[in-house]
Write a protein that binds this ligand. Structure first.
Ligand SMILES: Cc1ncc(COP(=O)(O)O)c(C=O)c1O
Length: 434
């Protein structure tokens, strides 16, 4: 018997091999199986990375032209004009005041680990050698390297728990609708979250805490949950009070997807480290970047004079050229305004259809990273049914899991296409009987 080569490829979900779709080509938000069969991809490539659409000619031309010049020249020892222009663009005209950037490698999780190491090193260079504790939040996801999973919170990751580094602690997630007590206001809830954070710091010893790590809006696991007003300002103040760094994970919510280039611009604070990845290159090349403050830059350059995190493909020449072109498209006022406006329209449409429905809890998100939160007696059966229904009946790919439907369209999707898809989602939601 001839064995299918796919039987020799171990996949994340080996048992759902039959559900895999063979994509031949993509165009903006469309994925084609052949000339006639297609899907409308509202998952942003499966994991919310697609920002400027599939087969974007401008990006492809840039990528090919760069590859014709150079495959990759080492970040540590060479200069590259596209990398420099990218750094300039990432740091220009932001409402946050991070002035420096580090290209740490390829995946989001690698960027998170680099930020943790840079945070630790900054303290060390400044003479604080005891700060080796990181505090993160429940229901977070920061990547799949060993330290990134240690600060994340997913049940399946616990099989690795004996490998986790020590000195990693968690506080509650920040999710008003889910965690509020009866009668509690948003202000009271926010204060409770901040008190919990400060209490944890005092319990662990403020002089031992290195950094707090959080996703600016709680991402894929929870469903783009926006923080209450004053939450990040409060976290920033507590970090400052005890000399603790704030690391923001914008791997999924940075790079324009929320309608500000950096999501934290909505909250008016500056983190010590801000990590971006997915949308940075829209999936055309793996790349991450970590924004830094002057304090870190100077601590390292005036101290030991080197970073100790390094990878072969950090600041990849082709990756930076691609990221430069994607950023030139996305980081324009008119483009970001459209993302905000379209996101607002989608949320309003969802509210207008579903408000008052007993299984609809809320619509969440910023810009074009949106979720519909629901509650059914059998959540798994709703999620499986709904995902398959949208796929079979309307050719719409949707991420439906746990308690939420995620919408992560490319930011270049047309208003008509997006709103008509959202209408179908809402009508089918209303039709669903448990
Ligand atoms: C918020 C967040 N951080 C980090 C990561 C890890 O990124 P990567 O899978 O590229 O390592 C992800 C991936 O989904 C993410 O959503």
């Amino acid at each position: 018997m001839i064995m299918d080569i796919n039987d020799k490829i171990l996949r994340t979900f080996p048992n759902s091999k039959n559900e895999l779709i063979r994509i031949i080509f993509g165009k903006n938000e469309m994925l084609y199986l052949n000339d006639k069969n297609y899907y409308i991809d509202l998952t942003g490539g499966g994991t919310s990375f697609n920002t400027v659409g599939y087969s974007n000619r401008r990006i492809i031309n840039k990528m090919v032209n760069k590859a014709l010049l150079i495959s990759h020249a080492d970040f540590k020892t060479t200069l590259d004009e596209d990398r420099e222009k990218l750094a300039e663009l990432l740091l220009k005209d932001n409402k946050i005041s991070n002035e420096f950037v580090y290209f740490a490698g390829n995946s989001g999780g690698e960027g998170i680990e680099a930020a943790m190491k840079l945070s630790y090193q900054t303290h060390l260079e400044l003479g604080y050698s005891k700060r080796n504790i990181f505090i993160s939040r429940m229901e977070s996801y920061h990547g799949s390297s060993t330290d990134a999973i240690a600060i994340s919170d997913r049940k399946n990751l616990l099989i690795y728990k004996d490998l986790f580094p020590c000195n990693r602690y968690k506080i509650s997630d920040h999710y008003f609708i889910k965690n509020r007590r009866i009668g509690e206001t948003k202000e009271e809830y926010t204060k409770r979250c901040l008190d919990e954070f400060e209490k944890k710091i005092l319990e662990l010893g403020p002089e031992k805490v290195c950094a707090f790590i959080g996703e600016t809006i709680m991402g894929g696991l929870q469903g783009f949950i926006e923080p209450c007003d004053g939450y990040w300002k409060g976290i920033r103040d507590i970090c400052d009070k005890y000399g603790i760094h704030l690391i923001l994970d914008e791997v999924i919510c940075g790079c324009g997807v929320t309608g500000n280039y950096y999501c934290i611009e909505y909250d008016g604070i500056t983190p010590d480290f801000l990590v971006i990845s997915k949308g940075l290159t829209s999936g055309y090349f793996p790349l991450n970047a970590v924004l830094l403050t002057r304090k870190t830059y100077e601590a390292i350059s005036n101290g030991s004079g080197r970073t100790n995190h390094s990878t072969t493909f950090q600041g990849h020449s082709i990756g930076c050229a691609v990221a430069l072109e994607v950023t030139k498209i996305v980081k324009r006022h008119i483009f970001l305004k459209r993302v905000q406006k379209l996101g607002d329209l989608v949320r309003q449409k969802i509210e207008s259809y579903l408000k008052g429905h007993p299984n609809f809890i809320a619509v969440h998100g910023r810009g074009l990273r949106i979720s519909i939160e629901y509650s059914f007696n059998n959540m798994i059966s709703f999620a499986d049914y709904f995902r398959n229904l949208m796929k079979q009946k309307y050719k719409i790919l949707l991420d439906v899991k746990w308690h939420r439907i995620l919408l992560s369209p490319p930011l270049t999707i047309s208003e008509d296409k997006l709103l008509s898809s959202v209408e179908k989602i809402c009508l089918e939601f209303l039709n669903y009987k448990e």
